[in-house]
Structure formats: C-alpha cells, structure tokens
Design a protein around this ligand. Structure first.
Ligand code: CIZ
Length: 368
C-alpha cells in the first residue's frame, strides 16, 4: 500500500454511509416539482413568479444544474445563472434586498455568508448535496484536529460549519492554483470532501494531500467504458468531464474542468459533438451558446444506465416553478447562518476570492 492508499483507507471509515432513503426522499420531492403541469398551469406560475419577484424586491439566482425552465426564468427576469461562487457574487452586487437561490443548501448558505444584510430564500432548503452530507462537521473537525500541521482546504460543496473550520474554500475552477500556491508556501494540505476532485488535484499538482473520502452521487456514476462505447458511435465527439468524476473517467476526457470551464470549452472548441460527464442541467447554457452543436449525456454504469433521469441530481431537481412561486408568496424557507459561524466561514471564502482577484485569468464574471 502506498501513502495515498493508506490515507484513503484510514479516512474512509470516518465518512458516513449515505442512506439510500435520503436520495429517495429527494427524488420524491423532486417529482412534485417535475410532475406534468395542468393546462395553463406553467404559464400562470411563470406570470405569478415574475410579478412576485418585483413585489418582493427579489432576484432569482439559479445554478447551472437546475432545470432549463428555471435558468431561462432567471435570465428573463434580470437574474443570473452560474456556478456557486458567481451566484453569491452576483447576489452581492445586485441591488435587490432578497435573493432567491435555486440550487442546493450550501449555495444558499454561501449567499448568506457573503450577503448577511440580504434575505436569502430557497424554493426548498432541504435540497442538499451528497458531498455536504458525507462531511459532518464533528467528524471532520476531529480529522482536522488530528492533523494540526496541515492547511485545511475545503470544496465549496460543504456546510457553513465545515467552511468555518477551514483555512481555504475552493471551487473546482480554482482548486489547482490554490493548492499549487500552498505547496509553494511549503504547507501540507488536508482536503475535503470530494475524493475524486482531491485525487485529481493531487495528481495534477503533484502535491501529496490527506483526502476526505466523500463523493458526488451523480459524478461517481459515470464510467470510462460507457464513454468509450459512445465514442465508437460519435468518433468526432469531444469528451468534457467534471473533476468530481472517478479517475478512469477523467483519463478519457479531452477537457477536465469546472462547470464554467466546460461551458466555455463547448463554446470555443471547433467540435460539433460533445459527450458531457456532469449534471445535464448544464446543457441549457451549452445549447444556448452553441445552438447547432450536439450534446450527449455521458453514460453511467449498472442499472442506472437504463434510467433516463439518473444523471439528474435529485436535490437540484427539488427546485421547480411550483415551490419557487410558493416561496415568493409566503416569504418562507429563509436561510440563516449563525453569526459566529458566518464570520468564521467568511474568512476562507474571502481568501479564495482575494486569491482569484490577484489572478485575473481565474476571475469568472458574467454568464458563461
Ligand atoms: O461550485 C459549483 O457551482 C459546482 C457545484 C461545480 C462547479 O464546477 O462549478
């Protein structure tokens, strides 16, 4: 066993097993949002949401992984579609006093951490993320306490409490340069929670890291064999892979990158067909930027390969027009972050944003 393998087996024990029923609960909640509309219902909901956004002085900020109709509505109403960091930044710069965050819980929390004076509402605050669930703050703090000589770097997909325990927060778009910078400062790195992104960063930078063993339920399902088989049908297709995917999937990629990086690649590459290994909500922006191009979902393994909806994040799918209208009507589902935690979590978040500001090429501004 090499050092990395030893670290992995040691840390695996701390990671709670993700209960299948949590995924099933999310799928059931998502079904209420995606169930067919009654005649005229969709149009009525959209009209109501538009007028309520004005009434509540609210702006809709949606993640790339939400449904096309939510992304379109965000854009039509002067809101924004982006990755988690840009969603929070946009919320900060926009004059609206209420931010409606269509995404998952950590995105609402990040928006609140950066915008404490604003009201942050979510269509369903129970929408979470397997990476967040698999990194509970108590177990994670213990892991950090056992390695006080390590700089703690956490991915954005974590709770406010875990961020508050970290030295740095990173997104997938900025993880590599930050870890390289830390290694240049002779710092040892403890990484959480995504083991695949962690291994990718470790391999790309050559920096040995202690890695928490969490994973994303969606990205983990993609298979290299599935992609290779699809490539036989589409030999000219470029393979775009998000680094939350397993190493063997990353190996067959033409481009590995964050959501924004993958959208940019699909726009700029002189290729007509793409096999995309990330949540298919991203196709909305890819198709918008390149209407003539063909985007194919990367296949997943096992029985999931027969399930059309299996690449959809069940928690992202909990955001819909129905609960968006409700939250605007009732002004509930507000996201609060305890002030002490917020202040502590702001420090590593701010560190990342300051780092990005000094390197303009890393700054991602505006819709991709
Ligand atoms: O930070 C985000 O929005 C996520 C979840 C992924 C990415 O690559 O942007």
């Amino acid at each position: 066993m090499n050092t990395t393998e030893m670290n992995e087996s040691k840390n695996q024990a701390r990671v709670p097993v993700l209960a299948e029923e949590l995924v099933e609960q999310a799928q059931a909640a998502a079904l209420k949002q995606t169930a067919d509309y009654a005649p005229g219902e969709r149009e009525e909901l959209i009209a109501r949401i538009k007028s309520l956004l004005l009434k509540q002085d609210a702006v809709l900020v949606a993640h790339y992984y939400t449904s096309p109709e939510l992304q379109q509505l965000a854009e039509e109403t002067g809101g924004f579609v982006a990755d988690s960091l840009e969603m929070a930044r946009f919320g900060n710069e926009h004059p609206a006093t209420t931010l409606i965050v269509a995404g998952v819980r950590f995105m609402g929390e990040t928006a609140k951490i950066l915008n404490p004076e604003k009201r942050v509402l979510m269509p369903d605050p129970a929408a979470t993320c397997s990476l967040d669930l698999e990194c509970p703050v108590d177990a994670f703090s213990q892991f950090c306490d056992e390695h006080p000589d390590h700089t703690v770097v956490v991915y954005a997909n974590t709770s406010a409490e875990v961020k508050a325990r970290a030295d740095w927060v990173v997104t997938s778009g900025i993880a590599l340069p930050i870890v390289e910078y830390l290694a240049g400062q002779k710092q040892r790195v403890l990484w959480a929670p995504d083991k695949h992104l962690g291994s990718y960063v470790q391999k790309s930078t050559g920096v040995e890291m202690l890695i928490w063993q969490g994973s994303c339920v969606i990205h983990e399902r993609f298979t290299a064999d599935g992609i290779k088989n699809l490539k036989l049908k589409y030999p000219g297709a470029a393979v775009l892979v998000h680094p939350e995917s397993p190493a063997e999937v990353i190996e067959v990629a033409d481009v590995v990158g964050s959501t924004t990086a993958l959208i940019n690649a699909s726009k700029t590459m002189d290729v007509q067909e793409f096999i995309v290994a990330t949540e298919p909500g991203i196709f909305y922006k890819m198709k918008q930027a390149s209407p003539g191009k063909i985007f194919l979902e990367a296949p997943t393994g096992g029985i999931s390969a027969t399930c059309e909806s299996c690449m959809r994040c069940p928690w992202m799918a909990m955001n819909g027009l129905r609960n968006l209208a409700e939250v605007l009507e009732n002004v509930n589902n507000e996201i609060f972050v305890e002030e002490d935690i917020r202040r502590k979590a702001l420090i590593p978040l701010q560190r990342m944003m300051d780092f990005a500001k000094k390197r303009p090429s890393l700054k991602v501004k505006g819709n991709a």
